[in-house]
Design a protein around this ligand. Structure first.
Ligand SMILES: [Zn+2]
Length: 121
């Protein structure tokens, strides 16, 4: 529910960003009928906001990490705060029965390996 509310608030903020485009178009096209200048504003806004909305609703920007205190890094064995990437687009370890935690340095290396493996060839 919290994620839905956050997404909804983000969408409402995004929606307000269309206000300046609408205002500029209505003033700029003041000789046009209001319906036509509003339609032009929506067309211009839609060309840009399509991509922003796509990011909001597909979650392509979303990454989830889990952090635990005092764990042994599964790569170097150092005891420290542990990190693990749980979810990002194309990578889902939410139901991992044996989650692996890494120290900060090793988690950065692991993240780079995951990102490199997900790059299109
Ligand atoms: Zn480590």
């Amino acid at each position: 529910m919290k994620k839905f509310i956050m997404k909804y608030v983000l969408y409402l903020v995004r929606w307000q960003l269309s206000t300046p485009i609408l205002a500029v178009c209505v003033v700029w096209l003041k000789d046009w009928p209001t319906t036509w200048s509003t339609a032009m504003a929506n067309l211009i806004g839609g060309l840009g906001f399509f991509w922003i909305d796509k990011l909001i609703f597909t979650g392509k920007l979303r990454e989830e990490w889990e952090i635990r205190e005092n764990v042994l890094c599964c790569d170097c064995g150092k005891q420290s705060r542990g990190y693990r990437l749980v979810f990002k687009k194309g990578y889902d370890k939410r139901d991992d029965p044996k989650p692996e935690f890494r120290c900060e340095a090793c988690s950065i290396t692991k993240k780079q390996q995951i990102d490199a493996a997900m790059q299109p060839a």
